[in-house]
Design a protein around this ligand. Structure first.
Ligand code: URA
Length: 229
């Protein structure tokens, strides 16, 4: 990789800023000052910027406790994005694994590994997701069979796939779905005449939200967590 790109990837500086620090002779490779942005960095070279090591990272895998009021997009003219909660060098290289609505909180996976996220979001994989829903109206036990049999969502031609509804109390339930239709959980409750007041995702596949993460906080996934998908 070219040295200017290497600097930009490891620090988040632009290529122009990287050229400036090179011109100021602040970067050395294996002990020798290097000023050329086009210099090809050897595989195991020790690259130092003002004596601090710069290291290329492998792919990034994060879980965030998504807060309410931000969108799962890299840019948005209106709302803050989930990436504004991250302190990483190149957030524009990352993407969210699927999306949660502006007013949904909870487990959000973020990565730059497209194959990994495809394994989670591809409809073929039928990856289950668990949501905690708080409802405006009391739930009756009929809702359990309605969710299991499939619901007719407004404007859709096919029923939803069987989903598991576990009633916690009159106005709270856990829902497990493996599809990812637009506003799916809210529309499923609307289909039985109810309304979701609050929605929080607790689990994706076998991966549960780390409950030590406050809204807006994130952490790297462990190797075992990455290997779940
Ligand atoms: N279903 C919804 O309605 N909203 C979400 O954010 C996720 C699932």
């Amino acid at each position: 990789m070219r040295l200017d790109r290497f600097i930009s990837e490891t620090t988040g500086l632009s290529r122009k800023e990287a050229s400036k620090i090179l011109q100021r002779a602040e970067v050395s490779i294996d002990g020798v000052v290097q000023k050329k942005g086009a210099f090809k960095v050897p595989e195991d070279a020790e690259v130092l910027w003002n004596n601090l090591p710069l290291k290329l990272q492998g792919p990034t895998y994060l879980m965030m406790n998504k807060p309410l009021g931000c969108v799962c997009a890299n840019d948005d003219g209106l709302h803050s994005t989930v990436f504004s909660y991250l302190d990483v060098p190149n957030p524009e290289k990352l993407h969210t694994v699927g999306r949660l609505d502006l007013d949904t909180s909870g487990l959000l996976l973020i990565t730059d590994d497209g194959q990994w996220s495809h394994r989670i979001t591809s409809p073929k994989q039928q990856c289950p997701k668990v949501y905690h829903a708080w409802l405006a109206d009391p739930l009756s036990s009929d809702a359990i069979s309605a969710f299991a049999e499939g619901l007719q969502l407004r404007g859709e031609s096919t029923l939803t796939a069987p989903a598991v509804l576990e009633i916690i109390n009159e106005r709270e339930a856990l829902v497990q779905v493996h599809e990812g239709r637009y506003h799916q959980v809210r529309r499923m409750f609307a289909a039985i005449g109810n309304k979701v007041e609050q929605l929080h995702r607790e689990q994706v596949g076998a991966l549960k939200l780390d409950t030590s993460l406050a809204p807006g906080e994130s952490r790297a996934l462990t190797a075992e967590e990455i290997a779940l998908f």
